[in-house]
Design a binder for this molecule. Structure first.
Ligand code: FES
Length: 107
């Protein structure tokens, strides 16, 4: 099962096993990682699952689709090329070792 490291804004790390097919947001939510609110439950309708993909991984993820891009406009302090809505990032075996940084806050 792929391991994902979630890094809180404070620097505290949470390394969790996330089953393939789940989303990066679900991996955080189901393992009690704080910092991802996911108010809409993964429908790409709230932007409170925003996180920054570690630069070493950003290019390995599938590109941002238009709906995600539109919702990212509402996220707190986005960073071009690194900000993603984690409910739109599906976990695959290729993402074993992925590191995501959580923002200071969600909107
Ligand atoms: Fe609402 Fe991701 S959980 S946009």
């Amino acid at each position: 099962m792929p391991k994902i490291t979630y890094v809180e804004h404070s620097g505290k790390e949470h390394v969790v096993d996330v089953a393939t097919g789940m989303t990066v947001m679900e991996g955080a939510r189901d393992n009690g990682v704080p910092g991802i609110d996911a108010d809409c439950g993964g429908a790409c309708a709230c932007s409170t699952c925003h996180a920054y993909i570690d630069p070493a991984w950003a290019e390995k993820l599938p590109p941002v689709e238009s709906m995600e891009e539109d919702m990212l406009d509402f996220a707190y302090e986005t960073k071009p090329g690194l900000s993603r809505l984690t409910c739109q990032v599906k976990v695959t075996d290729d993402l074993d070792g992925l590191v995501v940084q959580l923002p200071e806050k969600q909107i």
